[in-house]
Design a protein around this ligand. Structure first.
Ligand code: FES
Length: 117
């Protein structure tokens, strides 16, 4: 009898998005990971940085290109209008009901960095 073991190695990629002063509160940046995924980075009014996949869970709409409400920390899908909470990636309104992926964004030596796995 043969036993197979499969081990999965999770690789995390760190992307440099831009300088923090190029991403003021209320602004958004779109970046592309090495695997082709597009990710929107948002600087909210609470001073925090949030990052979500630029693909709506409803019908693949370009989510990060939607209206960003920096005070409410939400983005509205430009295709059918679902409102997503940037903190959790969860939709707050229909038609989307499945969360989108979120990523960790941080500031390091004045640069905005993004962890993508
Ligand atoms: S594609 Fe985003 S709400 Fe439909």
């Amino acid at each position: 009898m043969t036993t197979r073991t499969t081990s999965q190695v999770k690789v995390t990629e760190t992307l440099t998005v831009c300088r923090l002063d190029e991403l003021p509160q209320g602004a958004t940046r779109l970046v592309e990971a090495d695997d082709g995924r597009k990710i929107g980075v948002f600087h909210a009014a609470d001073g925090e940085l949030y990052a979500i996949e630029d693909r709506c869970s409803h019908d693949d709409g370009p989510l990060a290109e939607g209206d960003f409400d920096a005070a409410a920390c939400t983005v509205e899908c430009p295709r059918h209008g679902s409102l997503f909470d940037l903190r959790s990636g969860r939709p707050k309104t229909l038609p989307a009901y499945v969360p989108v992926e979120t990523f960790e964004a941080r500031v390091e030596d004045g640069d905005v960095k993004l962890e993508v796995d």
